[in-house]
Design a protein. Structure first.
Length: 463
């Protein structure tokens, strides 16, 4: 009798309709993966049954498998949202102390009150930390956090503490080789003689050929103006290719009465082998003759006044380097080619972004960027073996295999697209067609039961 076959069909296609309904219900769920019902026939077991006379006893639901195909990507207005383009899953923890990993393709993220990157369920996105804001520590996987406080200021020259060949103020200028004025002039020369350089009340523009102001920062992040005054020393020979450089802070403090000196080759390139000068701010001179220490709370003799603006950043304990190695003396107008320095004021967090490699970058109001960490992605040998826990998340099982962890773009892992999310991969049109097919199958199985009932009624009514 066909009751059993028909009942199995009703049961299976009812469940298949559940699968289709679940897909349709999650057509707009970010990161959702559609499922499909897999069917199998059923036969009664018999050791001596004839192979050519077996009649099946119905159908069974063999498996419900999710399809881990790529969904479309939609742009959002949240820089913390992420979409995985390719293979991989985001890795989560439910709390900083709960090390049980969970996995998801849903990349809708925000910051919680403690600065952790979390999803809508409050689960913590994990990755590699950046302890210094510049490098990644791959030794351990931790919940990613973003410091929402202000970034502290840095004094000009601070990076010299890490790399002695870098840091400080770098000024690249061209000094016009055609400028016919100098500190000393030969007898009979038609050059103009400059007024001797003197940092006092008589200071005037006739004492120098060219000047370049540049912004620098003290250890509290206060901006100061450093001005270099360039003085050509002579009108003939090497003297015409030699320039003295006087440095003044805030148009008040002459760093040293003894200038730094630049010597050029005949072709205008720099001949001085070391044009990276250490600036000593401990005995600066004001125009009234007062000596001021800009490096300490208590002045060191002969200084009588002090302002603790600049800490020592050079090996010999000077404030910072003034790098003039890119200076030239070509026959073209005086010009500033480049000014760079490594100090900055304090800054507040203005934006967060994520690179395709998963680097979480914080941008600050002072123009600085700081690395906060790196998102990691997990891969599985058999993603269909993952167990769904709801909320669009999975856990690994024996069938899925253990997760292999790596960075976005590494190996066969996909990349991360910031400010975007992966849509559900449900094909709504196909699911509506599937729903019609399952409905017809359900009706057909119901009809077999009805037909069998009619046959039974005929047998009962036999006389």
């Amino acid at each position: 009798m066909a009751f059993q076959q028909g009942l199995s069909g009703l049961n299976v296609y009812s469940k298949a309709l559940d699968v289709v309904s679940n897909n349709i219900a999650n057509a707009s769920t970010v990161g959702f993966k559609a499922s499909s019902a897999h069917f199998a026939d059923v036969y009664a077991g018999a050791l001596n049954g004839a192979a050519n006379s077996q009649i099946g006893i119905g159908v069974s639901l063999m498996a419900v498998q999710q399809q881990f195909t790529q969904g479309n990507v939609s742009v959002t207005n949240n820089g913390m949202d992420m979409a995985i383009s390719g293979n991989g899953f985001f890795r989560f923890q439910k709390s900083p102390n709960d090390l049980t990993p969970y996995y998801s393709r849903n990349g809708q993220f925000h910051l919680d009150k403690d600065g952790y990157i979390v999803n809508s369920n409050g689960c913590f996105l994990t990755g590699y930390d950046s302890p210094d804001g510049e490098t990644i520590n791959t030794a351990s996987i931790v919940p990613l956090t973003v410091g929402t406080g202000a970034i502290p200021p840095k004094q000009t020259g601070w990076s010299t503490l890490v790399n002695q060949t870098d840091g400080g103020l770098k000024v690249g200028v061209n000094l016009d080789a055609r400028d016919e004025s100098s500190a000393t002039v030969s007898v009979g020369s038609d050059w103009e003689q400059l007024t001797p350089f003197a940092w006092n009340a008589t200071f005037q523009s006739s004492m120098f050929n060219y000047s370049t102001p540049a912004a620098i920062y003290d250890q509290a992040g206060t901006m100061h103006t450093l001005t270099n005054y360039y003085v050509r020393t002579g009108d003939t020979g090497v003297a015409a290719r030699t320039w003295d450089v006087y440095t003044v802070i805030d148009n008040k403090y002459l760093v040293s009465a003894t200038p730094n000196t630049l010597v050029f080759n005949a072709d205008g390139t720099l001949s001085t082998t070391n044009a990276r000068f250490e600036l000593d701010m401990s005995q600066t001179l004001m125009q009234d003759g007062t000596i001021v220490d800009l490096t300490a709370d208590t002045p060191t003799w002969p200084a009588t006044v002090s302002y603790n603006w600049f800490q020592a950043t050079t090996p010999s304990g000077k404030a910072f380097y003034l790098d003039l190695s890119e200076t030239t003396q070509f026959g073209m107008p005086n010009n500033v080619d480049a000014i760079t320095q490594d100090g900055y004021i304090a800054g507040s967090l203005t934006n967060l972004s994520v690179s395709q490699e998963g680097y979480v970058m914080a941008s600050y109001s002072n123009g600085q960027n700081k690395m906060m960490g790196q998102v990691i992605l997990a891969e599985f040998a058999n993603p269909n073996g993952l167990q769904s826990t709801g909320s669009n998340m999975w856990i690994e099982t024996y069938t899925s295999g253990q997760a292999t962890i790596g960075v976005p773009g590494g190996g066969t892992r996909g990349i991360v697209e910031s400010g975007q999310v992966e849509d559900s991969n449900v094909d709504l049109t196909q699911e509506l067609v599937n729903m019609i097919v399952m409905q017809r199958n359900y009706q057909a199985n119901a009809q077999t039961i009805k037909t069998q009932d009619q046959i039974m009624s005929t047998l009962v009514n036999l006389r």
